[in-house]
Write a protein that binds this ligand. Structure first.
Ligand SMILES: [Zn+2]
Length: 393
């Protein structure tokens, strides 16, 4: 690993990335500060194509082929919404069917560069499966901590990769900081939701969107926000491209949250400088039901700095968006469909103007949450072979 810095955008403190803490002493998250840039256009996988944007040596990466996901144009839906162009960045095409693989790959490279043999995370869904899979591929021991009330059927898709899977009773929020403390003590690299290299991994979503569009930046990029790390990474990625002279401007960003759990959107609307804990509520967009996101303050500051917005959608709007995207051939988990629901509101409110372009980040596969099928009126028909000609008429 080459010498690199981690910087706190909130207080300005800097740390060497070779022995870095996972958060700044001020309590806010850290970002990779690294000036390298370059694209190997012969490679499709993010960790080879965009390796120059990271301080790692080639043999420190352990890739499963993350990145290189399709940017799918939705012409009819775009026209209906009065947009010049609408596209979905389909992150369900990653090795474990979510965007998390990008950050996991970068964290695994960092962990290997630092000599770790044990990794872990705090998650019950996409990130848990991603870390378990990448640890297996890298021959590392994995410790996955899930909250105490998680049902057995959600554990199987994590357990299949063979990690130490621990269902921990007690307050879930406390697990985040406790895992970082115990990890430092026990030599386990906890690659939680917004640790610096997980956020750095998300930058490649921006690189790919820009590259696919011939380095013409879209007017808007809309991202579902839970912990806040993915949106921070995508913002940083577009800033990298502008710094490298590959693009001439940044898009504007919308933080998309479910109305049932909207700590960033609530603080944004109230003009607050910091987020407050949002009362916990059940939502179909369970993958983004984080009531007190660890990068919430930072996301809020970035949206204000760049002229973005934070908006919500209700349960019915999210289900409708999931159906709309499925009719375009894209089946995302409910949290992944919140950006489309929010875009409808942003168009109605005139925040996104007629004739502009937008990219929605679809973060994970619909098959990750099959309980959502119950929210749709799905239909099929039974018949016997003799009656088949009649049915096909
Ligand atoms: Zn700081």
């Amino acid at each position: 690993m080459k010498k690199a810095l981690l910087r706190c955008k909130t207080c300005g403190a800097e740390y060497g990335a070779e022995r870095a803490p996972f958060r700044c002493a001020c309590g806010e998250p850290l970002d990779l500060a690294w000036d390298g840039a370059g694209i190997d256009t012969n490679e499709r996988c993010q960790s080879r194509r965009y390796a120059a944007f990271y301080p790692f040596a080639a043999d420190e990466w352990r890739s499963l082929g993350e990145g290189g996901t399709p940017l799918v144009k939705l012409e009819a839906l775009g026209q209906e919404l009065g947009l010049a162009q609408l596209a979905v960045k389909n992150e369900s095409a990653n090795p474990t069917w979510s965007f998390k693989d990008r950050g996991t790959a970068a964290c695994i490279a960092h962990a290997r560069a630092l000599g770790y043999t044990k990794v872990g995370t705090v998650s019950s869904g996409n990130m848990a499966a991603s870390v378990a899979a990448y640890a297996a591929a890298a021959g590392m021991e994995a410790f996955i901590l899930v909250k105490g009330n998680v049902a057995d059927e959600k554990l199987a898709p994590i357990a299949i990769y063979g990690p130490h899977l621990l269902r921990v009773a007690g307050p879930y929020d406390a697990l985040y900081s406790e895992s970082l403390r115990l990890g430092a003590e026990r030599g386990i690299y906890f690659m939680n939701s917004d640790v610096p290299f997980r956020v750095a991994g998300s930058r490649t979503i921006a690189y790919e969107i820009a590259e696919e569009r011939g380095f013409r930046v879209p007017d808007w990029v809309i991202v579902p926000v839970s912990a806040g790390g993915n949106l921070r990474g995508i913002i940083n990625g577009f800033e990298d491209l502008r710094r490298a002279g590959l693009t001439d401007r940044l898009p504007r960003f919308i933080c998309a949250q479910t109305a049932r759990v909207a700590p960033v959107a609530a603080a944004f609307a109230a003009g607050a400088a910091r987020i407050s804990r949002f009362p916990g509520n059940d939502t179909i967009a369970h993958a983004i039901d984080n009531p007190f996101p660890p990068s919430g303050n930072r996301v809020l500051a970035e949206l204000r700095r760049l002229g973005g917005a934070a908006m919500t959608a209700d349960e019915g709007e999210i289900v409708r968006a999931q159906a709309d995207l499925a009719r375009c051939g894209l089946f995302g988990q409910p949290a992944s469909c919140v950006p489309l629901a929010v875009l409808r509101r942003a168009r109605a409110a005139g925040i996104v103007a007629e004739g502009e372009s937008a990219v929605l980040v679809m973060t994970g596969s619909g098959l990750k949450y099959t309980a959502a099928f119950a929210a749709h009126r799905l239909k099929w028909c039974d018949c016997d072979l003799a009656a088949l000609p009649e049915h096909l008429r």
